[in-house]
Design a protein around this ligand. Structure first.
Ligand code: NIG
Ligand code: FE
Length: 422
Protein backbone atom coordinates (compact mmCIF):
# COMPACT_ATOMS: atom_id res chain seq x y z
CA UNK A 1 0.00 0.00 0.00
CA UNK A 2 1.20 3.54 -0.75
CA UNK A 3 0.83 6.13 2.01
CA UNK A 4 1.38 9.90 2.11
CA UNK A 5 4.15 9.81 4.70
CA UNK A 6 6.43 7.22 6.31
CA UNK A 7 8.63 8.29 9.18
CA UNK A 8 11.11 5.50 9.78
CA UNK A 9 14.28 4.40 11.57
CA UNK A 10 13.55 6.46 14.69
CA UNK A 11 15.97 5.67 17.52
CA UNK A 12 12.82 5.69 19.66
CA UNK A 13 9.18 5.77 18.65
CA UNK A 14 7.16 6.51 21.78
CA UNK A 15 3.47 5.92 21.13
CA UNK A 16 1.98 6.91 24.54
CA UNK A 17 -0.75 4.47 23.51
CA UNK A 18 -3.52 4.08 26.06
CA UNK A 19 -6.62 2.38 24.73
CA UNK A 20 -9.74 3.08 26.73
CA UNK A 21 -8.90 6.26 28.59
CA UNK A 22 -6.15 8.38 30.09
CA UNK A 23 -3.11 6.81 31.72
CA UNK A 24 -3.34 6.55 35.50
CA UNK A 25 -0.83 5.79 38.19
CA UNK A 26 1.90 3.33 37.20
CA UNK A 27 0.62 3.15 33.59
CA UNK A 28 1.90 6.70 33.13
CA UNK A 29 5.44 5.27 33.18
CA UNK A 30 4.83 3.12 30.08
CA UNK A 31 5.51 5.33 27.07
CA UNK A 32 4.99 2.50 24.57
CA UNK A 33 8.58 2.55 23.37
CA UNK A 34 9.49 0.93 20.03
CA UNK A 35 13.24 1.06 19.31
CA UNK A 36 13.92 1.55 15.61
CA UNK A 37 10.27 2.48 15.11
CA UNK A 38 8.28 3.79 12.19
CA UNK A 39 4.89 5.36 11.66
CA UNK A 40 2.83 5.38 8.45
CA UNK A 41 0.45 8.28 7.78
CA UNK A 42 -2.23 8.64 5.15
CA UNK A 43 -4.95 11.25 4.64
CA UNK A 44 -3.99 12.91 7.92
CA UNK A 45 -4.38 9.76 10.00
CA UNK A 46 -2.04 7.20 11.47
CA UNK A 47 -2.24 3.95 9.50
CA UNK A 48 0.33 1.90 11.39
CA UNK A 49 3.11 2.16 13.98
CA UNK A 50 5.75 -0.48 14.61
CA UNK A 51 9.27 -1.68 13.80
CA UNK A 52 10.79 0.06 10.74
CA UNK A 53 11.58 -3.20 8.95
CA UNK A 54 7.94 -4.28 9.10
CA UNK A 55 6.50 -0.94 7.99
CA UNK A 56 9.03 -0.45 5.20
CA UNK A 57 8.08 -3.87 3.85
CA UNK A 58 4.36 -3.13 4.05
CA UNK A 59 4.24 0.49 2.77
CA UNK A 60 5.64 2.62 -0.01
CA UNK A 61 5.39 6.34 0.68
CA UNK A 62 5.03 9.55 -1.28
CA UNK A 63 7.26 11.21 1.29
CA UNK A 64 9.69 9.52 3.65
CA UNK A 65 11.43 11.03 6.66
CA UNK A 66 14.52 9.26 7.98
CA UNK A 67 14.42 9.75 11.75
CA UNK A 68 17.73 7.99 12.48
CA UNK A 69 19.14 9.14 15.80
CA UNK A 70 15.86 10.88 16.64
CA UNK A 71 12.78 10.39 18.74
CA UNK A 72 9.25 10.40 17.33
CA UNK A 73 6.42 11.10 19.78
CA UNK A 74 2.84 12.45 19.73
CA UNK A 75 2.41 16.20 19.35
CA UNK A 76 1.79 17.95 22.65
CA UNK A 77 -1.71 18.92 23.67
CA UNK A 78 -1.75 22.08 25.82
CA UNK A 79 -5.04 21.62 27.72
CA UNK A 80 -5.36 25.00 29.51
CA UNK A 81 -4.56 28.29 27.80
CA UNK A 82 -5.61 31.92 27.96
CA UNK A 83 -3.67 32.68 24.78
CA UNK A 84 -6.18 35.17 23.31
CA UNK A 85 -5.75 38.55 25.01
CA UNK A 86 -4.56 42.07 24.21
CA UNK A 87 -1.50 43.80 25.59
CA UNK A 88 0.89 42.43 28.19
CA UNK A 89 1.60 42.67 31.93
CA UNK A 90 5.32 43.31 31.85
CA UNK A 91 4.94 46.17 34.36
CA UNK A 92 3.31 43.82 36.88
CA UNK A 93 6.16 41.39 36.36
CA UNK A 94 8.46 44.08 37.71
CA UNK A 95 6.07 44.92 40.58
CA UNK A 96 6.11 41.28 41.63
CA UNK A 97 9.89 41.15 41.59
CA UNK A 98 9.82 44.23 43.84
CA UNK A 99 7.60 42.35 46.32
CA UNK A 100 3.91 42.67 45.40
CA UNK A 101 2.06 39.35 45.27
CA UNK A 102 -0.17 38.15 42.40
CA UNK A 103 -3.19 38.31 44.72
CA UNK A 104 -2.29 41.82 45.97
CA UNK A 105 -2.04 43.10 42.40
CA UNK A 106 -5.36 41.45 41.55
CA UNK A 107 -7.10 42.87 44.66
CA UNK A 108 -5.84 46.37 43.68
CA UNK A 109 -7.56 46.20 40.28
CA UNK A 110 -4.58 44.95 38.28
CA UNK A 111 -4.05 41.44 37.02
CA UNK A 112 -6.91 39.99 34.99
CA UNK A 113 -8.79 43.33 35.18
CA UNK A 114 -5.82 45.10 33.56
CA UNK A 115 -5.85 42.69 30.61
CA UNK A 116 -9.63 43.02 30.40
CA UNK A 117 -9.36 46.77 29.73
CA UNK A 118 -7.03 46.16 26.77
CA UNK A 119 -9.03 43.17 25.51
CA UNK A 120 -12.34 45.04 25.54
CA UNK A 121 -10.81 47.70 23.30
CA UNK A 122 -9.63 45.18 20.68
CA UNK A 123 -11.57 43.82 17.69
CA UNK A 124 -11.74 40.07 17.01
CA UNK A 125 -9.24 40.60 14.18
CA UNK A 126 -6.84 42.44 16.52
CA UNK A 127 -7.16 39.73 19.16
CA UNK A 128 -6.40 37.06 16.57
CA UNK A 129 -3.43 39.06 15.27
CA UNK A 130 -1.96 39.34 18.78
CA UNK A 131 -2.46 35.64 19.50
CA UNK A 132 -1.08 34.34 16.19
CA UNK A 133 2.65 34.72 17.05
CA UNK A 134 2.02 33.06 20.43
CA UNK A 135 0.44 30.08 18.67
CA UNK A 136 3.32 30.01 16.18
CA UNK A 137 5.76 29.79 19.10
CA UNK A 138 3.71 26.99 20.66
CA UNK A 139 3.67 25.06 17.37
CA UNK A 140 7.44 25.40 16.99
CA UNK A 141 7.79 23.97 20.52
CA UNK A 142 5.65 20.95 19.63
CA UNK A 143 2.10 21.92 20.60
CA UNK A 144 -0.30 20.58 17.95
CA UNK A 145 -3.57 21.08 19.88
CA UNK A 146 -4.51 23.65 22.51
CA UNK A 147 -7.55 24.45 24.57
CA UNK A 148 -8.28 28.18 24.43
CA UNK A 149 -10.35 30.16 26.95
CA UNK A 150 -12.29 33.36 26.74
CA UNK A 151 -12.33 35.32 30.00
CA UNK A 152 -10.67 38.68 29.43
CA UNK A 153 -13.85 40.24 28.06
CA UNK A 154 -16.18 39.88 31.06
CA UNK A 155 -19.15 41.36 29.23
CA UNK A 156 -21.30 39.50 26.74
CA UNK A 157 -20.10 41.23 23.57
CA UNK A 158 -16.42 41.05 24.54
CA UNK A 159 -16.61 37.40 25.57
CA UNK A 160 -18.23 36.57 22.22
CA UNK A 161 -15.51 38.52 20.38
CA UNK A 162 -12.87 36.37 22.05
CA UNK A 163 -14.74 33.20 21.05
CA UNK A 164 -14.92 34.54 17.48
CA UNK A 165 -11.17 35.22 17.55
CA UNK A 166 -10.59 31.63 18.71
CA UNK A 167 -12.65 30.32 15.77
CA UNK A 168 -10.73 32.54 13.33
CA UNK A 169 -7.39 31.40 14.72
CA UNK A 170 -8.39 27.76 14.51
CA UNK A 171 -8.96 28.20 10.79
CA UNK A 172 -5.90 30.39 10.14
CA UNK A 173 -3.00 28.41 11.59
CA UNK A 174 -2.04 24.77 12.30
CA UNK A 175 -2.51 24.49 16.06
CA UNK A 176 -5.96 22.91 16.52
CA UNK A 177 -7.99 24.81 19.10
CA UNK A 178 -10.73 23.73 21.49
CA UNK A 179 -12.85 26.63 22.78
CA UNK A 180 -13.77 27.28 26.40
CA UNK A 181 -16.19 29.94 27.61
CA UNK A 182 -14.81 31.51 30.81
CA UNK A 183 -16.99 34.51 31.51
CA UNK A 184 -16.53 33.77 35.23
CA UNK A 185 -12.77 34.39 35.14
CA UNK A 186 -12.88 37.54 37.30
CA UNK A 187 -15.38 40.09 38.58
CA UNK A 188 -15.35 43.06 36.17
CA UNK A 189 -14.95 46.49 37.86
CA UNK A 190 -18.49 47.64 37.00
CA UNK A 191 -19.82 44.77 39.17
CA UNK A 192 -17.51 45.46 42.15
CA UNK A 193 -19.26 44.33 45.32
CA UNK A 194 -22.04 42.65 43.32
CA UNK A 195 -20.60 39.24 42.39
CA UNK A 196 -23.97 37.46 42.50
CA UNK A 197 -25.42 39.94 40.01
CA UNK A 198 -22.47 39.31 37.71
CA UNK A 199 -23.01 35.56 38.02
CA UNK A 200 -26.62 36.25 37.03
CA UNK A 201 -25.37 37.96 33.86
CA UNK A 202 -23.06 35.02 33.12
CA UNK A 203 -25.85 32.48 33.65
CA UNK A 204 -28.76 34.32 32.03
CA UNK A 205 -27.08 36.14 29.16
CA UNK A 206 -23.52 34.98 28.43
CA UNK A 207 -24.02 31.20 28.61
CA UNK A 208 -27.01 31.23 26.22
CA UNK A 209 -25.09 33.57 23.89
CA UNK A 210 -21.98 31.36 23.97
CA UNK A 211 -24.07 28.24 23.33
CA UNK A 212 -25.75 29.92 20.36
CA UNK A 213 -22.39 31.06 18.98
CA UNK A 214 -21.04 27.52 19.33
CA UNK A 215 -23.93 25.89 17.49
CA UNK A 216 -23.34 28.20 14.52
CA UNK A 217 -19.56 27.70 14.57
CA UNK A 218 -17.34 25.27 12.67
CA UNK A 219 -16.40 23.72 16.02
CA UNK A 220 -19.88 22.23 16.44
CA UNK A 221 -19.85 21.07 12.80
CA UNK A 222 -16.50 19.33 13.39
CA UNK A 223 -17.56 17.72 16.66
CA UNK A 224 -15.13 19.72 18.81
CA UNK A 225 -16.75 20.29 22.22
CA UNK A 226 -17.35 23.65 23.87
CA UNK A 227 -16.19 23.81 27.47
CA UNK A 228 -17.08 26.16 30.30
CA UNK A 229 -14.62 27.07 33.04
CA UNK A 230 -14.73 29.15 36.24
CA UNK A 231 -12.08 30.62 38.56
CA UNK A 232 -13.11 29.34 42.01
CA UNK A 233 -10.82 31.34 44.31
CA UNK A 234 -10.67 34.11 46.90
CA UNK A 235 -11.12 37.48 45.15
CA UNK A 236 -12.72 35.59 42.25
CA UNK A 237 -15.81 33.35 42.72
CA UNK A 238 -16.85 31.23 45.69
CA UNK A 239 -18.07 27.65 45.49
CA UNK A 240 -21.78 28.53 45.31
CA UNK A 241 -21.21 31.07 42.53
CA UNK A 242 -18.95 28.68 40.64
CA UNK A 243 -21.56 25.96 40.94
CA UNK A 244 -24.25 28.22 39.49
CA UNK A 245 -22.07 28.85 36.45
CA UNK A 246 -21.10 25.24 35.87
CA UNK A 247 -24.63 23.90 36.35
CA UNK A 248 -26.00 26.43 33.87
CA UNK A 249 -23.23 25.63 31.40
CA UNK A 250 -23.87 21.92 31.72
CA UNK A 251 -27.59 22.47 31.13
CA UNK A 252 -26.64 24.42 27.98
CA UNK A 253 -24.69 21.41 26.70
CA UNK A 254 -21.16 22.53 27.58
CA UNK A 255 -18.55 20.26 29.10
CA UNK A 256 -16.96 21.43 32.32
CA UNK A 257 -13.60 22.52 33.68
CA UNK A 258 -12.72 24.44 36.82
CA UNK A 259 -9.76 26.43 38.15
CA UNK A 260 -9.63 25.12 41.73
CA UNK A 261 -7.22 25.11 44.68
CA UNK A 262 -4.73 27.51 43.06
CA UNK A 263 -4.11 29.63 46.15
CA UNK A 264 -6.71 28.27 48.57
CA UNK A 265 -8.81 25.09 48.86
CA UNK A 266 -12.32 26.56 49.04
CA UNK A 267 -14.18 23.36 48.18
CA UNK A 268 -14.29 23.91 44.44
CA UNK A 269 -12.55 20.61 43.79
CA UNK A 270 -15.33 18.49 45.31
CA UNK A 271 -17.99 20.60 43.62
CA UNK A 272 -16.33 20.16 40.20
CA UNK A 273 -15.85 16.41 40.72
CA UNK A 274 -19.49 16.08 41.74
CA UNK A 275 -20.60 17.87 38.55
CA UNK A 276 -18.50 15.48 36.44
CA UNK A 277 -15.95 18.04 35.22
CA UNK A 278 -13.67 16.73 32.47
CA UNK A 279 -10.72 18.39 34.20
CA UNK A 280 -9.86 20.26 37.39
CA UNK A 281 -6.94 22.62 37.01
CA UNK A 282 -4.15 24.06 39.25
CA UNK A 283 -4.57 21.92 42.43
CA UNK A 284 -1.65 23.63 44.19
CA UNK A 285 -3.47 23.71 47.53
CA UNK A 286 -5.07 20.25 47.21
CA UNK A 287 -4.30 18.00 50.19
CA UNK A 288 -4.18 14.20 50.52
CA UNK A 289 -7.97 13.76 50.88
CA UNK A 290 -8.64 15.82 47.77
CA UNK A 291 -5.99 13.88 45.89
CA UNK A 292 -7.63 10.60 46.92
CA UNK A 293 -11.03 11.84 45.71
CA UNK A 294 -9.50 13.01 42.42
CA UNK A 295 -7.89 9.59 41.96
CA UNK A 296 -11.23 7.84 42.45
CA UNK A 297 -12.96 10.12 39.91
CA UNK A 298 -13.01 10.09 36.12
CA UNK A 299 -11.74 13.70 36.06
CA UNK A 300 -8.24 14.58 34.82
CA UNK A 301 -6.10 16.65 37.20
CA UNK A 302 -4.25 19.37 35.26
CA UNK A 303 -1.22 20.78 37.06
CA UNK A 304 0.49 23.99 36.06
CA UNK A 305 4.07 24.22 37.35
CA UNK A 306 4.92 27.14 35.01
CA UNK A 307 2.68 29.33 37.21
CA UNK A 308 4.56 28.43 40.39
CA UNK A 309 7.84 28.99 38.56
CA UNK A 310 6.67 32.34 37.18
CA UNK A 311 5.46 33.51 40.59
CA UNK A 312 8.83 32.59 42.07
CA UNK A 313 7.19 30.09 44.38
CA UNK A 314 8.85 27.05 45.87
CA UNK A 315 5.46 25.38 46.27
CA UNK A 316 4.11 23.14 43.50
CA UNK A 317 1.02 20.99 43.14
CA UNK A 318 1.76 17.52 44.52
CA UNK A 319 1.64 15.76 41.16
CA UNK A 320 3.84 12.97 42.52
CA UNK A 321 1.21 12.09 45.12
CA UNK A 322 -1.54 12.36 42.49
CA UNK A 323 0.14 9.85 40.18
CA UNK A 324 0.97 7.56 43.10
CA UNK A 325 -2.68 7.69 44.20
CA UNK A 326 -3.77 6.53 40.73
CA UNK A 327 -5.06 9.84 39.35
CA UNK A 328 -4.88 10.77 35.66
CA UNK A 329 -2.56 13.81 35.63
CA UNK A 330 -1.99 16.22 32.75
CA UNK A 331 0.42 19.14 32.30
CA UNK A 332 -0.20 22.51 30.68
CA UNK A 333 1.49 25.88 30.13
CA UNK A 334 -1.60 27.95 31.12
CA UNK A 335 -0.13 30.53 28.72
CA UNK A 336 -1.55 33.91 29.81
CA UNK A 337 -0.19 37.44 30.31
CA UNK A 338 -0.09 37.31 34.12
CA UNK A 339 0.64 34.03 35.83
CA UNK A 340 2.39 32.20 32.97
CA UNK A 341 3.63 34.05 29.86
CA UNK A 342 4.98 30.72 28.60
CA UNK A 343 4.37 28.97 25.26
CA UNK A 344 6.61 25.98 25.97
CA UNK A 345 5.37 22.51 26.86
CA UNK A 346 8.98 21.20 26.93
CA UNK A 347 9.82 23.80 29.60
CA UNK A 348 6.76 22.65 31.57
CA UNK A 349 8.04 19.06 31.36
CA UNK A 350 11.45 20.20 32.58
CA UNK A 351 9.95 22.01 35.60
CA UNK A 352 7.53 19.15 36.40
CA UNK A 353 10.34 16.61 36.51
CA UNK A 354 12.54 18.72 38.74
CA UNK A 355 10.03 20.26 41.17
CA UNK A 356 7.10 17.82 41.09
CA UNK A 357 9.27 14.72 40.79
CA UNK A 358 7.47 13.33 37.79
CA UNK A 359 9.58 10.93 35.75
CA UNK A 360 10.16 11.99 32.13
CA UNK A 361 7.86 9.15 31.06
CA UNK A 362 5.06 10.38 33.34
CA UNK A 363 5.54 13.96 32.20
CA UNK A 364 5.33 12.90 28.55
CA UNK A 365 2.07 11.00 29.14
CA UNK A 366 0.78 14.05 31.01
CA UNK A 367 1.55 16.31 28.03
CA UNK A 368 0.13 14.04 25.32
CA UNK A 369 -2.54 11.39 25.88
CA UNK A 370 -3.71 12.64 29.28
CA UNK A 371 -3.77 16.25 28.10
CA UNK A 372 -5.89 15.17 25.12
CA UNK A 373 -8.34 13.49 27.51
CA UNK A 374 -8.39 16.67 29.62
CA UNK A 375 -10.03 18.44 26.65
CA UNK A 376 -12.28 15.57 25.63
CA UNK A 377 -10.27 14.57 22.55
CA UNK A 378 -8.38 11.56 23.90
CA UNK A 379 -10.16 9.19 21.52
CA UNK A 380 -9.04 11.18 18.47
CA UNK A 381 -5.51 12.37 19.29
CA UNK A 382 -2.75 12.39 21.93
CA UNK A 383 -1.07 9.08 21.06
CA UNK A 384 0.40 7.23 18.09
CA UNK A 385 -2.21 4.55 17.40
CA UNK A 386 -3.75 3.43 14.11
CA UNK A 387 -6.84 5.48 13.27
CA UNK A 388 -5.80 8.50 15.30
CA UNK A 389 -5.06 11.91 13.84
CA UNK A 390 -1.43 12.15 12.65
CA UNK A 391 -0.13 14.77 15.11
CA UNK A 392 3.53 13.90 15.58
CA UNK A 393 6.90 15.35 16.56
CA UNK A 394 10.37 14.50 15.34
CA UNK A 395 12.69 15.34 18.25
CA UNK A 396 16.41 15.91 17.72
CA UNK A 397 17.55 13.49 20.42
CA UNK A 398 17.90 9.69 20.50
CA UNK A 399 15.91 9.24 23.74
CA UNK A 400 12.56 10.82 24.73
CA UNK A 401 13.92 11.71 28.16
CA UNK A 402 15.93 14.51 26.55
CA UNK A 403 12.64 16.41 26.16
CA UNK A 404 12.67 17.00 29.94
CA UNK A 405 16.40 16.68 30.60
CA UNK A 406 17.51 19.52 28.33
CA UNK A 407 15.80 22.86 28.79
CA UNK A 408 15.96 26.38 27.46
CA UNK A 409 16.42 25.36 23.85
CA UNK A 410 14.13 23.59 21.42
CA UNK A 411 14.68 19.96 20.42
CA UNK A 412 11.51 19.84 18.32
CA UNK A 413 12.79 19.51 14.77
CA UNK A 414 9.60 18.84 12.83
CA UNK A 415 5.96 19.16 13.73
CA UNK A 416 3.37 17.10 11.87
CA UNK A 417 -0.27 18.18 12.23
CA UNK A 418 -3.00 16.10 10.54
CA UNK A 419 -0.26 14.58 8.39
CA UNK A 420 1.12 17.95 7.22
CA UNK A 421 4.81 18.52 7.92
CA UNK A 422 5.75 21.93 9.40
O1 NIG B 1 -4.89 30.20 35.16
N1 NIG B 1 -6.10 31.70 37.60
C1 NIG B 1 -6.72 32.39 36.81
N2 NIG B 1 -6.42 32.59 35.54
C2 NIG B 1 -5.11 32.50 35.01
C3 NIG B 1 -4.34 33.75 35.22
C4 NIG B 1 -4.81 34.80 34.32
C5 NIG B 1 -4.07 36.09 34.43
O2 NIG B 1 -3.32 36.37 35.40
O3 NIG B 1 -4.24 36.89 33.50
C6 NIG B 1 -4.42 31.27 35.53
O4 NIG B 1 -3.43 31.33 36.24
FE1 FE C 1 -5.92 29.46 33.87
Amino acid sequence: MNVDLLIHSAAQLVTCASPGGPKRGAAMRDVGLIAGGAVAVDAGRIVAAGPSAELRAAYTATRAIDASGKTVCPGFTDPHTHVVFAGDRVAEFEQRIAGASYMQIMAAGGGIAFTTRATRAASAEQLAAEARPRLAAMLALGTTTAECKSGYGLDTASELRILQAIAMLDQQQPVELVPTFMGAHALPPEYAGRPDEYIGLVVNEMIPAAAEWYHGSHFAARGTPLFADVFCEQNAFDVAQSRRVLEAARAAGMRLKAHVDEFSALGGLDMALELGAVSVDHLDATGPEGIARLARSGTVGVVIPAVNFNLGSAHFADARAMVDAGAAVALTTDINPGSAPCPSMPLVLAIACRYQRLLPSEALAAATINAAHAIGLGDRLGSIEPGKQADLLVVAAPDYRHLAYQFGGNLVERVIKRGQVY
